[in-house]
Design a protein around this ligand. Structure first.
Ligand SMILES: Cc1cc2nc3c(=O)[nH]c(=O)nc-3n(C[C@H](O)[C@H](O)[C@H](O)COP(=O)(O)OP(=O)(O)OC[C@H]3O[C@@H](n4cnc5c(N)ncnc54)[C@H](O)[C@@H]3O)c2cc1C
Length: 400
């Protein structure tokens, strides 16, 4: 079997790359190891309005579950700062339905998708990737590796895989709970969710998707403890676990004949682990590069490095700013976080925070991080509550 572009993985990154290529008349085949697109589904499904727009995806009732207009962030002692805005900032989607929708759109554009087809390794000729080895050999001019967080195919080609900042992520669905209908909840705490936070995402009337990411401890036990504390719940649906990446992109995402995209390349937001939008934007850059390579008939690493230049130019600053923010947040102990929240509430800064949520980009966060860290009111509170050394470190990290 032969194709112009072969893609491993029918997640959002693989499907967006496939769609982009097929729309430009390229013969593309996508290989997915599972029998059904979108399943198993591990994702919390929060996607920003702007993010979907930037991918050219029209919100559709096929996959939309709910709308988010802000949230409440809780410090470890339970002090909440609530920020509700007037417009919809994000959608909650059913990720299985979302992926199916992408797959249908891709197939309509001419993409061929083979489910139940696990790729075992890359075919290598003259030192460059020249196809895939699965149920059979599939020759391809270019391979796009979109195999997600668990992937190990790229490593076999000597490329790095996401390693630092790999968290255990978990979600469960709960019903008959009381919560504000359009606000997410984010709960911080070293003991509750070390390395990230716990979340509650409303999905409908009295229904929510609850989960957390953690660097240590058993994710399900931590989540059970959280659900008991928050809702007095001792029973919940079946947990869905998967790796959540907060360590930023890998060092190198291409080699001869091969481009690596999405979670497989660590292209997720270090602040949250969310990767659908940024990974898919990078997948669009990969598709553009593949188009140019096909036109030039040049599949060498030298030519394909322009993929890496492209996505780093578009998002490099965003990833590094979010990575610094994540590293800094991870070092704040619970008692200091409690003090910061108490001071923020005491200073009545909710209006300023509302402005950041109203205007800030949920995916390209460097702008809102900078705006927040140059706000005089917020800086005064942080300087007074986080300790001199920590504040100096923050100033140094962001060149304030
Ligand atoms: C608990 C949790 C909550 C999350 N919540 C959010 C959120 O709210 N918003 C957000 O944006 N992101 C969220 N994420 C992250 C998001 O799920 C990922 O960033 C996103 O799915 C990455 O897309 P992808 O296409 O790169 O990989 P994936 O979606 O993982 O797709 C990879 C595909 O490749 C297939 N595959 C793998 N190996 C092979 C092989 N050898 N052969 C054939 N097929 C193969 C897999 O079966 C899979 O279908 C969350 C993650 C977790 C774990």
């Amino acid at each position: 079997m032969r194709t112009e572009v072969a893609i491993v993985g029918a997640g959002p990154a693989g499907l967006i790359a496939a769609l982009e290529l097929a729309r430009n008349g390229i013969k593309v085949k996508v290989f997915e190891e599972h029998p059904e697109i979108g399943r198993p589904n591990h994702c919390a499904g929060v996607l920003s309005v702007e993010g979907l727009h930037s991918l050219g995806i029209e919100p559709s009732l096929k996959f939309l579950q709910h709308e988010i207009r802000g949230g409440t962030v809780f410090s470890p002692d339970g002090t909440g700062i609530r920020v509700a805005v007037s417009r919809t900032r994000a959608y909650v989607v059913d990720r299985a339905a979302f992926d199916r929708h992408l797959a249908e759109t891709a197939v309509d554009a001419g993409v061929e998708i083979e489910t139940n087809h696990r790729i075992r390794e890359f075919l290598v000729e003259d030192g460059r990737v020249a196809g895939l080895r699965g149920e059979e050999n599939i020759g391809a001019s270019i391979v796009i590796d979109a195999e997600g967080a668990a992937g190990g195919l790229a490593r076999k080609m000597g490329l790095p895989i996401p390693q630092g900042g790999v968290l255990a992520g978990i979600n469960v669905d709960v019903t008959d709970v009381e919560l504000e209908p359009n606000l997410v909840e984010v709960w911080l705490g070293e003991r509750l969710a070390p390395g990230l936070y716990a979340w509650i995402i409303p999905t409908g009337e009295g229904e929510a998707r609850c989960g957390l990411g953690c660097t240590k401890g058993d994710a399900f036990n931590l989540l059970r403890g959280f659900l008991e504390r928050r809702f007095d719940l001792t029973e919940c649906g079946a947990p869905r676990r998967w790796s959540l990446l907060t360590g930023g992109p890998v060092r190198r995402t291409f080699t001869g004949g091969l481009l690596v995209v999405g979670d497989a390349a660590g292209q997720t937001k270090p602040t949250t682990g969310g990767g659908v939008i940024l990974g898919s934007l990078c997948a669009m850059d990969a598709a553009e590069t593949a188009l140019e390579a096909l036109e030039a008939g040049d599949f060498s690493a030298d030519f394909l490095q322009c993929y890496e230049r492209r996505w780093r130019k578009r998002l490099g600053k965003e990833f590094s700013s979010m990575l610094r923010a994540r590293g800094f947040l991870n070092k704040i102990p619970d008692d200091r976080m409690d003090r910061i929240f108490a001071s923020l509430k005491g200073a009545g800064l909710e209006e300023a925070l509302k402005g950041f949520v109203e205007e800030g980009d949920m995916d390209l966060q460097s702008g809102v991080i900078r705006t927040a860290l140059t706000d005089p009111g917020l800086l005064r509170v942080l300087a007074g509550s986080m300790g001199r050394l920590a504040f100096a470190e923050l100033q140094g990290l962001f060149n304030l």
